[in-house]
Design a protein around this ligand. Sequence first.
Ligand SMILES: [Zn+2]
Length: 125
Amino acid sequence: MSRPRPPQPTAIPDRYAQRFRELKQEFQQLEYFCKGTLLKRMMKCGKAQCACASDATKRHGPYFELTYKANGKTVNVKLSPEAAPLYKAAAQQYRKLKTLLNRLDKLSKTILRYQAKQAETKHQK
Ligand SMILES: [Zn+2]
């Protein structure tokens, strides 16, 4: 925020309210989202004669998994190669959602502090 501070204190909540509206609009642009991280794995098949047993570059795959925490436990969901990009995009949307939520939370707290101060000042008069 490098914008010059308005001289009158009443202009501050307007600016915050404006920013709040802008952030709310960003919510509207969210696509389907999903919590988690997409993992891409190369696997050994376990057969002793297979090339993958001794050569890491000959491992099978890639195999895709979505990993996330639920109730403190890590959950892994296997995904087909076709599904993987969908979930990857959805995981990005989820991170966007979280960032947006944090910004709104921070901004809301600033506004609430200001409103509380105003209410307290009114009360004292
Ligand atoms: Zn193998």
